[in-house]
Ligand binder design. Structure first.
Ligand code: NAD
Ligand code: ZN
Length: 440
């Protein structure tokens, strides 16, 4: 039980009062409750309070350095379960309570979550019980697997997108059976998006579905792939074509783990950060365009802001019915580039960066395209592609999963940051021109 006083923060005094009433009645968090709109809490008060940001999904900027818990207004009534989830959470970490039609779960973000030295990783033991079966790749496993002990079983795949196949899923399923995994146990996905998507898919299908925890260790995975419950594998013909929606029980994103990431992988993740900031607009975009997000001291804050932006969208639409499609910005052309190059030439994030440039050209946002090209280029990301047939890329966009029947491929366009337009039709002539512009 927490005995610290509680600082309830949020953008409107009115709903904070309601939330305080609900929380006070339950006595769930212990402590005395004070209300704070925006960021009027003194820095000294932040450290000795449990700071709970009640999120109204109104685009208000969360004070990331201060918040211990971010909980949607709609879940204030479940504060007891939420409070249980932060037992033993290391100081400096933030927990965002993710809500989806398929289930709610805590997303922990911050330094120190995987422990280090003698200390093991933080684990939400009350919430996620059962024996742990690890799925990882050679790189992430080498650095962090031991911290997640005790492990009942361990499957290690080769690093890289070429491991995200149905053949690798079969290897994982088989290893899990051999290690004796049952439905009472938990899969732990430790690594980047490749491990997360593959292990999540295996968890969705093994014995028709077992629980899993995402432990993302790349920037792509921490801001994007570990969140939202999309799992799956690639086909040679098209990206992410076989999969399932399956929400994790928890996500544990230790931003310190980004320190061992090769610079090119960090850059690839930065493309997804730019994508998220373009979709969210507002304060996040201003920070990213101003160059924030590259220095490690700002990782906890930027990862949390991007994760939160994605989780807000997934909360509205788990299964891509409408709202969630905005997250596909840059991905129609990006996925097509990955498929025609056999998943071997470009990292996912690099292809997405190129896809963003095409999407901004199609949106008629010429100045924004130039600005984004500069941001990506400054991180060493490609802004042009060589030895890729642009016409083959255009052909491959026809396999976009958002396409219905023989209808047009729906694009996400972005006239302005913060104003994504999903389901937009694009004239073939313009698409060809936008993709050819990328080819050198
Ligand atoms: P990745 O998983 O291949 O990881 C990149 C490289 O970093 C690998 O070599 C890996 O071994 C290594 N690595 C991972 N963590 C490390 C660490 N902490 N230190 C050192 N090395 C480390 O690639 P990725 O960019 O993380 O993920 C890309 C995949 O994610 C793509 O398949 C993409 O489709 C998928 N994705 C899925 C979603 C989703 O919603 N499910 C969203 C975005 C991306
Ligand atoms: Zn992506």
């Amino acid at each position: 039980m927490h005995t610290r006083d509680i600082a309830l923060m949020g953008s409107s005094e009115q709903y904070l009062r309601t939330a305080a009433g609900v929380i006070g009645e339950m006595g769930a968090l212990g402590g005395r409750i004070t209300l704070h709109t925006s960021t009027d809490l003194a820095p000294e008060a932040v450290t000795d309070h449990l700071v709970v940001w009640v999120d109204a999904d109104d685009g208000a900027t969360v004070p990331w350095g201060a918040a211990d818990i971010v909980i949607p207004e709609s879940r204030v009534g479940e504060i007891e379960r939420v409070a249980e989830a932060i037992e033993d959470m290391p100081a400096g970490a933030t927990m965002i309570w993710a809500t989806t039609a398929g289930g709610d779960y805590p997303v922990y973000i911050g330094p120190g979550l995987l422990g280090g030295g003698e200390a093991g990783a933080f684990w939400p033991g009350e919430l996620v019980q059962g024996r742990r079966f690890l799925v990882t790749d050679y790189n992430a496993g080498r650095h962090y697997a031991e911290r997640l002990a005790p492990l009942e079983g361990r499957v290690t795949i080769m690093p890289g997108e070429q491991s995200k196949t149905i053949a690798h899923a079969e290897i994982v399923w088989t290893e899990l059976v051999r290690a004796g995994m049952t439905r009472a146990d938990v899969v732990v996905a430790l690594g980047g998006g490749v491990v997360g998507d593959l292990a999540g898919f295996c968890a969705a299908t093994y014995q028709r579905g077992v629980r899993y925890v995402q432990v993302p260790t790349t920037l792509v995975a921490q801001v994007d792939s570990a969140l939202g419950g999309k799992t799956g594998v690639d086909l040679p013909e098209a990206k992410n074509y076989v999969g399932a929606y399956h929400q994790p029980q928890a996500v544990i994103a230790d931003t310190d783990a980004l320190a061992t990431l090769p610079p090119e992988e960090l850059a690839a993740g930065y493309a997804e950060v730019v994508k998220t900031a373009l979709i969210a607009g507002g304060g996040l975009w201003e920070q990213i365009r101003g160059g924030v997000g590259w220095e490690s001291s700002r990782w906890p804050e930027i990862v949390a802001a991007c994760a939160h932006a994605k989780l807000r969208i997934v909360a509205r639409d788990e299964r891509d019915g409408g709202a969630r499609q905005v997250l596909n910005l840059g991905h129609t052309v990006g996925h097509a580039i990955e498929a025609v190059t056999g998943y071997a030439t470009y990292r996912h994030g690099e292809a997405v960066g190129l896809g963003l440039l095409a999407a901004l050209r199609l949106s008629g946002s010429d100045d924004l395209r130039a600005e984004v090209a500069e941001l990506l280029g400054a991180r060493g990301l490609p802004t042009e592609m060589s030895e890729v047939d642009p016409d083959a890329v255009v052909m491959a966009t026809a396999r976009d999963k958002k396409r219905m029947g023989e209808g047009p491929v729906p694009f996400v366009l972005l006239p302005e940051p913060g104003d994504p337009r999903p389901g937009s039709a694009v004239a073939p002539r313009e698409l060809i021109a936008a993709v050819r512009e990328l080819a050198r």
